[in-house]
Design a protein around this ligand. Structure first.
Ligand code: TYD
Length: 147
């Protein structure tokens, strides 16, 4: 069965949107297989965003993921693994486009995201492909932490 990684980003945590976001994910009919509070080191953020290596906006994306914005200095996020048929595409559809300005208003990013301080503050990360999901789950979770 297909798995996907979901990270609730610091903007969503600071706006107290975690519950509403997880509610939307759970309504997709997927099963929660793992959940934890995760510390975001510079290293893990770089590994997670390895596909963005060399992009000019990578440093701000990393510092945003680490909560270094809006006066927040809490380097923790919430990480989840959800599983189900077509879990990756279902969650990405619920998220909407990467850029909150382009995301449909009924999607999570369209409803709650914004562009601020030079970075897309789009509330949630979710894996883009099933292969990416396996790589990303490995970064954030030990095998024994995933049901
Ligand atoms: P990316 O992996 O391309 O998108 P997604 O999160 O939808 O898989 O980009 C990672 C994050 O980088 C994205 O969530 C927001 C940020 N980002 C910017 O701030 N500016 C940009 O131009 C892009 C492409 C991404």
């Amino acid at each position: 069965m297909e798995k996907t990684l979901i990270l609730i980003k610091p903007d969503a945590i600071s706006k107290k949107l975690t519950g509403i976001i997880i509610d939307r994910i759970e309504h997709l009919g997927l099963d929660m297989k793992a959940a934890k509070v995760a510390f975001v080191s510079e290293e893990i953020a770089k590994e997670h965003y390895a596909n963005l290596a060399g992009k000019p906006f990578l440093p701000s994306v990393i510092s945003f993921m680490r909560g270094d914005f809006n006066g927040i200095k809490d380097h923790r996020i919430y990480a989840f693994v959800y599983e189900g048929e077509n879990a990756v595409s279902k969650v990405r559809a619920a998220l909407g486009a990467t850029d909150p300005a382009k995301a449909e208003p009924w999607t999570i990013r369209g409803a709650f995201g914004c562009f601020k301080d030079g970075v897309m503050q789009n509330c949630v990360h979710a894996s883009g492909t099933p292969e990416e999901a396996l790589r990303e789950i490995n970064i954030w979770f030990k095998p024994e932490e995933v049901l």
